[in-house]
Design a protein around this ligand. Structure first.
Ligand code: UDX
Length: 468
């Protein structure tokens, strides 16, 4: 089957490469000709495990083609995937200018039937707008060429996108024409052999499914973060609570890890966009708004804890930061908790010495050269003489630490761990202060309960380390 993909960003490139790997002939189009030239030579502009090798292999086998020429792209495939960006507008709604401009390009050049597939995450009703845009342009051209528009949202996770593409739980397709189903079945046949994964439904339900999935996952995370804040104030350990509730199959273990807030290109944007859509149709999405505000507060909690550990004085202090990406196995720093943290440290007069296995180049791109940002070559190069350590991302390489050595290297022996990587007892046994998420002694406030319940920090002070 011949397939065209518009947009060689994260979604477009993974989709195009995986469909080529499955045996289709795929042409990816992008308006950025530098990017296209790089891709033709196997240069992949994003870090995604397994992707570069697949691009190179499929380019070599001439199943994966790249072009910056819109007419060539439209002429190539019967299937035309739209996988361009939908950045948030100032009011949180998704900006459709790129999607609609691709629709216009397709209509401008098409000479025969095309199936246009919305792959980008787009607000409910977008397929109708794409249809209108195409019909309008065909009318202007004074031609009568048949076409269909369908919705086929992606559910890829960064860091495991290639695997997710071939092993995803479902392939959702929203359509309103009998011509669509056989074409989409042929497209996804390689992934639909063992069990029926294709779910056909009406277009608006498919569009809403994507938002509902991300909003549900974001809700689980914000819910757990809320429980972690309660646990800190009640003297409970959220890790025990997590195991306790995850064992109930109705709840399950996945996506209930408390942390320093969700980031990335999807959850923050999609929760906001869905809340905005709700407002547009006269409905106040109270739960979605709460999910968003809990996350905002959670991201800020890293700095609150750091500031408490340093008695509110960050002026001239150097903070070691481990992890810049919004999650492991990616170099993506969009909406990453590390950014809120670093910006708050700088605003308070502190300096950052950071390390991330993949995202340092991205960090430089975002923040440039500045006196208050040093990027260390190795994880432990961040530590010597630093005033405290903050962990923002749960990279595997951060899980094994010589706490006694770390105790000697840090001026204030404090670890602020936004991902609950360590056993608090082991950390504290080495003489370190340990501020994790939702665990005992993670916050410098009195426990509730009236009596002489001691402030966690003062307890640490009695039991173990003293702040240098
Ligand atoms: C997400 C969806 O999972 C995916 O289906 C959709 O297509 C795009 O959005 P992604 O943004 O790549 O994928 O990351 P994901 O692995 O889902 O993590 C999102 C954020 O949630 C990260 O910041 C992560 O640290 C956080 N998270 C995740 C938690 O804080 N706790 C958890 O239990 C799980």
């Amino acid at each position: 089957m011949r397939i065209t993909i518009f947009g060689t960003g994260y979604v477009g490139l993974v989709t195009g490469t995986c469909l080529a790997e499955a045996g289709h002939e795929v042409m990816c189009m992008d308006v950025d000709s530098n990017k296209i030239n790089g891709l033709m030579n196997g240069i992949v502009p994003i870090y995604e495990p397994g992707l570069e090798a697949l691009v190179k292999q499929n380019v070599a086998e001439e199943r994966l083609l790249f072009t910056a020429d819109p007419a060539e792209a439209v002429g190539f495939g019967t299937l035309q995937f739209i996988a361009v960006g939908t950045p948030p507008d100032e009011d949180g709604s998704a900006d459709l200018k790129y999607v609609l401009s691709v629709a216009d390009t397709i209509a401008e050049h098409m000479q025969e039937y095309k199936l246009i597939i919305d792959k980008s995450t787009v607000p409910v009703g977008t397929a109708d707008r794409v249809s209108e845009a195409i019909a309008q342009r065909l009318h202007q051209r004074d031609v009568d060429i048949p076409f269909d528009v369908c919705s086929n949202p992606e559910f890829l996770k960064e860091g495991s996108a290639v695997e997710d593409f071939s092993q995803g739980a479902r392939i959702v397709i929203g359509c309103d024409s009998p011509r669509v189903e056989p074409l989409m079945r042929e497209c996804y046949a390689p992934y639909n052999r063992r069990q029926e994964k294709l779910m056909f439904m009406d277009i608006r339900s498919a569009e809403l499914t994507k938002y509902a999935a991300n909003a549900m996952l974001a809700t689980k995370i914000s819910f757990m973060n809320e429980i972690s804040n309660l646990a800190e104030r009640l003297g409970a350990d959220v890790e025990n609570v997590r195991r306790g509730i995850g064992s109930d199959p109705r709840i399950g273990y996945s996506f209930i890890y408390p942390g320093c807030g969700y980031g990335g290109s999807c959850f923050p944007k999609d929760v906001q966009a869905l809340a905005r859509t709700a407002t547009d149709v006269g409905y106040e999405a109270q739960l979605l708004n709460a999910v968003e505000s809990v996350n905002y507060r959670q991201k800020a909690s890293l700095f609150t804890k750091l500031s408490q550990a340093l008695d509110g004085d960050l002026e001239g202090k150097t903070i070691a930061v481990w992890g810049l990406a919004f999650k492991p196995n990616t170099d993506d720093m969009r909406e990453a908790p590390s950014r809120e943290l670093m910006e708050a440290i700088w605003a308070a007069g502190g300096k950052v010495r950071a390390y991330d296995p993949e995202a340092m180049q991205e960090c430089r791109r975002l923040y440039g050269e500045r006196d208050d940002l040093a990027l260390a070559k190795r994880r432990d190069d961040t530590l010597e003489g630093a005033d405290a350590l903050v962990i923002c991302t749960e990279w595997k390489a951060f899980r094994t630490v010589d706490f006694r050595r770390l105790r000697e290297q840090l001026t204030t022996p404090a670890i602020i761990d936004g991902r609950n990587l360590f056993n608090p007892e082991s950390v504290r046994a080495a003489g370190l202060l340990y501020f994790a998420v939702g665990r005992a002694d993670s916050l410098r406030i009195p426990l509730s309960g009236g009596d002489s319940a001691s402030a966690p920090l003062s307890r640490i002070g009695q039991d173990g380390p003293s702040v240098a």
